[in-house]
Ligand binder design. Structure first.
Ligand code: SF4
Length: 376
């Protein structure tokens, strides 16, 4: 396995393929009269592309835009406010994955609440949260469930485990979201002109390739499910450009070492057993039909939205924050006037600079020199 992975990091192979990609990109640009524009939907791809310096290498030949594939970044402002309010409830311990605690809401963040005495914990897995609840029966443990198809099955498993062990002081605040409906919403935006998409490898491992067929069938665009190593991304770009040159539009799986055609039906069944699909609001994208998951009525005993009294107030969005436009691929992080001065990873204004998979964080870490150097 190591040997196989090493090949996907092979510098010489990547360089050879990069030369081919450059040639194809030039041909496509000549045919279109402009560089092709591709979106990488997934935050892990955004980080890989930024780390490789691929955006600047391809500048003038091909444009790569980041999409809404970072679960922390797309968690709605009001959902963050509800999470903060949960943390303020007496006797409640709030647990989640790491980056979420630093995302600012209207009045506060989970990190600030923790500094003020709230019990906010980072768990590597919701199963750890179940174990913590079992060991602390005097507390109510709320696990903040964010994430896409990749992380939802383990949350479903934690519910099954809590039920089987009779852990009654454990609940989930579900803010889970589904990627295919968000991609559809993006592509329905007439202002967003894309020529192809790099699709998320991890999400596709659960959904399977066919969940994205609509991209080719309804929008006439090529799309590639890709891994995350340099060679994976070069292969994806090569495929997209080749399809454009041949006038084709297909959804292709180039991450076959992980993604099966049918995805993971067992994981999907586990999700369906616990969650109902509903319309939910995504930060920057608004309400997207059938794009979120709430716990089924049969699991109300484990649903923090029903078990606990969460206060709601109108969300206050930070002025000048361009996260919405960044998440829709309409602005680059460097175009946000707060980037790097008012908004930094240490003093975040929006979520895209907090999450390790956020586009602004990736640009700040790897591509900020473009800004400092005047974009040259
Ligand atoms: S720089 Fe900060 S405020 Fe601007 S889009 Fe990124 S996260 Fe939002």
């Amino acid at each position: 396995m190591m040997l196989a992975l090493d090949r996907f990091c092979d510098g010489e192979l990547s360089r050879k393929l990069a030369r081919k990609v450059f040639g194809l990109a030039d041909q496509v640009a000549e045919r279109l009269g402009r560089p092709a524009v591709f979106m990488e939907v997934c935050g892990t791809h955004t980080v890989s592309i930024s780390r490789m310096g691929l955006r600047s290498l391809l500048a003038g030949r091909l444009e790569l835009r980041s999409g809404p594939g970072c679960p922390v970044c797309v968690t709605d402002h009001q959902e963050i406010d509800m999470m903060v309010n949960l943390a303020r409830l007496p006797g409640v311990t709030v647990g989640t994955f790491g980056d979420l605690v630093r995302v600012p809401g209207s009045q506060s963040s989970l990190e600030r609440e923790r500094a003020g005495g709230a019990d906010v914990r980072v768990f590597y897995s919701p199963l750890d949260a179940v174990a913590f609840a079992e060991a602390n029966p005097q507390k109510e443990i709320v696990f903040l469930g964010i994430g896409f198809e990749t992380t939802i099955p383990i949350v479903a498993l934690s519910l099954a485990q809590a039920r089987a062990r009779g852990v009654k002081n454990f609940s989930i605040f579900s803010a889970h979201k589904l990627v295919p409906p968000a991609v559809r919403a993006l592509l329905s935006d007439p202002e967003l002109k894309l020529d192809g998409l790099i699709l998320p490898g991890h999400v596709s491992a659960v959904t399977g390739r066919r969940a994205f067929d609509f991209i080719a069938q309804e929008y006439g665009l090529p799309a590639v499910i890709s891994g995350f190593e340099p060679l994976d991304i070069m292969i994806a770009l090569h495929e997209l450009l080749s399809q454009l040159l041949c006038g084709e539009a297909r959804v292709v799986n180039k991450y076959t070492r992980v993604v099966r055609e049918e995805g993971n039906p067992y994981a999907r069944d586990r999700i369906a057993a616990c969650f109902a699909v509903v319309d939910v609001s995504w930060r920057g994208l608004g309400v997207i039909p059938q794009s979120g998951l709430l716990l089924r009525e049969t699991l109300r005993d484990f649903d923090a939205r029903f078990k606990l009294n969460i206060e709601l107030f109108p969300p206050r969005h930070p002025s000048g924050c361009a996260c919405g436009e960044v998440l829709r691929g309409k602005l680059l992080p460097l175009d946000c006037r707060l980037f790097g001065n008012v908004c930094t990873p240490v003093h975040p204004v929006g979520p895209c600079i907090v999450s390790s998979e956020g586009a602004c964080a990736a640009y700040y870490r790897f591509e900020r020199s473009l800004l400092i150097g005047g974009g040259n």
